[in-house]
Design a protein around this ligand. Sequence first.
Ligand SMILES: [Fe+2]
Length: 213
Amino acid sequence: MHTLPPLPYAYNALEPFIDAKTLEIHHTKHHQSYVDKLNAALEKYPELQSKTVEGLIKSLDEIPEAIRTTVRNNAGGHFSHTLYWNTMSPTAEEYIPEKLGKAIVETFGSIVEFKEQFSKAAANVFGSGWVWLALSNPEPVEGLVVTTNKKLKIVSTQGHDNPLMTDDKPLMVIDVWEHAYYLHYQNRRPEYIQNWWNIVDWKVVERNYNSLA
Ligand SMILES: [Fe+2]
């Protein structure tokens, strides 16, 4: 059984950037419902119940067709939200640790340019989706364009699709579904994105980077 992970901070801890009511509904209703729907879909498939959420997403082709879309959406929702919670913090510092900071500058030219490109991608997601900082998969995968070196990249996805599906490694993510910001920001998604930078936990993002790079 998959379970809802507890938030690593209180519901009001990310204020004023993300309000307590939004965070509570987002976690206890939205994320919980992805976990519940995933468990319900796997009920009749005991052989899939021991797979991790990442394992399910990476092997969607092997999931029975009857539940494949449900697993894609709800395992995706579970995975994406878990990373989103874990890469935000009320004690986030603006400083990006050296190794990750250097890789960002090498890839995007500067930290400012990276943030601009990322924010623009997040503002431009049509409808519901996510924007990720990810590491390209260096392993050759049939049917996919691959790079020979691991490289940072900004990835936009629709619905609950995510970089695991193309064998890239997600490092951090912003949720731009309306449920992530609408109560406080209404239609002002760019303002939510701008404020979100204040709570990005770079220490966790760097840890994710170091575990993969
Ligand atoms: Fe969400």
